[in-house]
Design a protein around this ligand. Structure first.
Ligand SMILES: C[S@@+](CC[C@H](N)C(=O)[O-])C[C@H]1O[C@@H](n2cnc3c(N)ncnc32)[C@H](O)[C@@H]1O
Length: 198
């Protein structure tokens, strides 16, 4: 069953982890602003405890249906600003929505080649406030059902491991980085990279 596969378990864990990052952003700043790229339905927001305390959540996805579902689920949350747009917008004009305390993308970098990934990371980093944090996730090479996903669901994922994540981070200006942290989720199917800006 796909639902109990390592990828599905990892995506559920990823949702919980993103909810914790949203809560952490709210705890770090009373006026925290968050930019979510390729947000999908933004399901992690339903698990976040402090979502209502965030000053602004800009959630960007190219799929109008996902944006509509997000609006339906979170109607009444007037700090949520859903945007139908490609991530190309953040590559070309990183500050188009202002600066943020937290910028993240999950379920996106798996589709981006290294060149595009590095351009997007540069845009995400530019959009961070001083002291802000960014996070991105990627499926790993050794996901058990990777072949199944590619053969039967047409998900052609670009898997990465820790060194490959660190190579992507090389594009960022070292002098402006306070910390980087690369780690795997519990079942080791997804790798995460976190960068904190000085
Ligand atoms: C696998 S879903 C991930 C959704 C959510 N972030 C999560 O963690 O569950 C991938 C999402 O990326 C969006 N997406 C893919 N390519 C995109 C692009 N170039 N610009 C904006 N959104 C994109 C899709 O529309 C889809 O909603």
């Amino acid at each position: 069953m796909m639902v109990s596969s390592s990828a599905a378990v990892a995506v559920q864990e990823r949702r919980r982890l993103l909810a914790r990052w949203l809560d952490a952003a709210a705890e770090r700043s009373k006026q925290a602003e968050v930019l979510v790229l390729a947000s999908g339905h933004l399901r992690e927001l339903e698990l976040a405890q402090c979502a209502g305390q965030l000053a602004r959540i800009v959630a960007l996805d190219q799929d109008p249906a996902s944006i509509e579902e997000m609006k339906r689920t979170h109607q009444g949350l007037d700090t949520l600003f859903p945007v139908v747009a490609s991530i190309g917008r953040i590559i070309v004009k990183p500050l188009v929505h202002g600066r943020f305390d937290l910028v993240y993308a999950a379920g996106l970098f798996d589709y981006l080649d290294d060149t595009t990934a590095k351009r997007l990371l540069t845009g995400m980093f530019t959009a961070l406030k001083p002291g802000g944090r960014m996070l991105f996730a990627n499926f790993c090479h050794d996901v058990v059902d990777y072949g199944y996903m590619e053969s039967f669901m047409d998900w052609r994922l670009l898997a990465r491991d820790e060194p490959e994540m660190r190579t992507l981070l090389d594009v960022l200006p070292p002098a402006e980085i306070a910390n980087t942290f690369v780690f795997r989720g519990l079942n080791r199917a997804v790798v995460y990279a976190v960068v904190e800006k000085r």
